[in-house]
Design a protein around this ligand. Structure first.
Ligand code: HEC
Ligand code: HEC
Ligand code: HEC
Length: 360
């Protein structure tokens, strides 16, 4: 028996192997550090990825999305209202990277690695929960951004509802969703209203699509200003309105809110709701703050004339602590906790008015 194979020699041999392995590992680490420090690794977007790298990264991304989307519960997405909201946002928030039906792919984003793909029939490879996960969280190292307002998963679902419709749209059908084919505009409106607001809210603030986009015309000036400031600062949460509000300069903001506040007041019909509402006992409470315009605080919104579906949605968001708002929003958050879901719906119908233009 040699000393090498004796039981006493075994720990020594193991130690030698461990030392060698450690030496090799540190040599590799030094080499890697040297390569990085030397600046030899190429990072230009202009050279793209090798086909194998592209495949590997995309496969890894798809597997990660599939696993993380497990357990996400999909709501009812078959609603025209959701498709309209999603389309409205896509035009301002996604198209500049992903392009849209009827137009060429935008050039600048095409020059990045990886670049945003045209979103078409291949979206079928993802189920609704996976698309939700991608739009809600974005994709690291690619430039695909996360949803800017994390509490507003309802808005992300609206985008998913639109992505489901997208592969079937031609240019004309896309435009009809995004701006109702054009009759939401008015030459009388200021330029900034035409360019940045009209396609969703209408040039006269008439709202659109069963409360998909709220009515603004005739709303109190102070409330409109405060709502825009709250979106711009992120204290009112919306991945759709926050970027739009943040993009306005001080003068533009003043111009748009003054314009909308001066538009026609909502129909009088909306004020005089029947007294048989099943939530009659709650109404005086609401009217303490939301009474006729001259009898309430400037920054408390006028509810009459707003679409009931929009009001109901806002009440749900307030109840779930997902809406945020201006400096007085805590008052409303306190009140909403006294209401059941059924009462929220009934009060939204009581105060609102369904006369906003139907879906176009
Ligand atoms: C700044 C550019 C940019 C913006 C804005 C952007 N994306 Fe992306 N998006 C990307 C890039 C880049 C990828 C590619 C990721 C990859 O190759 O793995 C991507 C990937 C995707 C994918 C997966 C596509 C596929 O084929 O695997 C979907 C779906 C998607 N984006 C939807 C959206 C939606 C919806 C919006 C708007 C809410 C949006 N993106 C906004 C850059 C963008
Ligand atoms: C892409 C469509 C879109 C565009 C463009 C858009 N909005 Fe909005 N706006 C929305 C949606 C959706 C909401 C509801 C957001 C929420 O849930 O908080 C909203 C809400 C609002 C509100 C809050 C209303 C209320 O009763 O509290 C104001 C004020 C507003 N928008 C003003 C504007 C102005 C001013 C512009 C132009 C500078 C504009 N919006 C452009 C979609 C849009
Ligand atoms: C103590 C005052 C107060 C009372 C009482 C009150 N509200 Fe409000 N409400 C507010 C304020 C302030 C806001 C604006 C929050 C913000 O966005 O800054 C608001 C906002 C709302 C909104 C969102 C409107 C929009 O355009 O987004 C709805 C809907 C609403 N209230 C319904 C009700 C109902 C229904 C009741 C009765 C149950 C009620 N409120 C009672 C103060 C009050």
């Amino acid at each position: 028996m040699t000393s090498e194979s004796s039981p006493a020699a075994r720990p020594r041999r193991l130690r030698r192997i461990a030392v060698r392995a450690a030496l090799v590992a540190s040599a590799v680490a030094c080499l890697a550090a040297l390569v990085i420090v030397s600046g030899l690794i190429p990072v230009p977007a202009s050279s793209g990825h090798w086909a194998i790298t592209s495949w590997f990264l995309h496969f890894t991304m798809e597997r990660s999305v599939a696993t993380h989307a497990l357990g996400i519960v999909v709501p009812d997405l078959d609603q025209k209202r959701l498709v309209l909201i999603g389309a409205g946002h896509y035009e301002g928030g996604c198209r500049f990277c992903h392009g849209a039906p009827g137009t060429r792919m935008p050039r600048v984003p095409q020059a990045s690695t990886p670049h945003a793909p045209a979103l078409g029939a291949h979206l079928e490879n993802y189920d609704d929960a996976e698309l939700f996960y991608i739009v809600r969280h974005g994709i690291k190292f690619t430039g695909m951004p996360a949803w800017p307002a994390p509490t507003r998963e309802d808005e992300v679902w609206a985008v998913v509802a639109f992505l489901r419709a997208l592969p079937k749209l031609d240019g004309a059908a896309y435009r009809a969703l995004v701006d109702g084919g054009g009759d939401l505009y008015s030459a009388a409106a200021p330029r900034v209203v035409q360019d940045k607001c009209a396609r969703c809210h209408g040039a006269h603030g008439q709202g659109r699509g069963r409360g998909a986009f709220p009515r603004l015309g005739g709303q109190k000036l102070a409330y409109l200003r405060q709502a825009m400031q709250a979106y711009a600062s992120g204290s009112r949460h919306s991945g759709i309105m926050e970027p739009i509000a943040a993009s306005l300069g001080t003068e533009e903001l003043q111009e748009v809110v003054s314009w909308y506040a001066a538009q026609a007041e909502p129909a009088e019909e909306a004020h005089a709701r029947s007294a048989q509402s099943d939530v009659a006992a709650r109404i005086p409470l609401c009217e303490a703050c939301h009474a006729a315009r001259d009898q309430s605080h400037d920054a408390f919104p006028h509810l009459a004339g707003q679409h009931p579906d929009y009001l109901a949605q806002q009440l749900t968001l307030l109840a779930e602590g997902k809406r945020g708002g201006g400096p007085y929003s805590e008052l409303m958050e306190t009140v909403v906790h006294w209401l059941s879901e059924r009462e929220r719906g009934a009060l939204a119908r009581h105060f609102g008015s369904a006369t906003t233009p139907a879906v176009k």
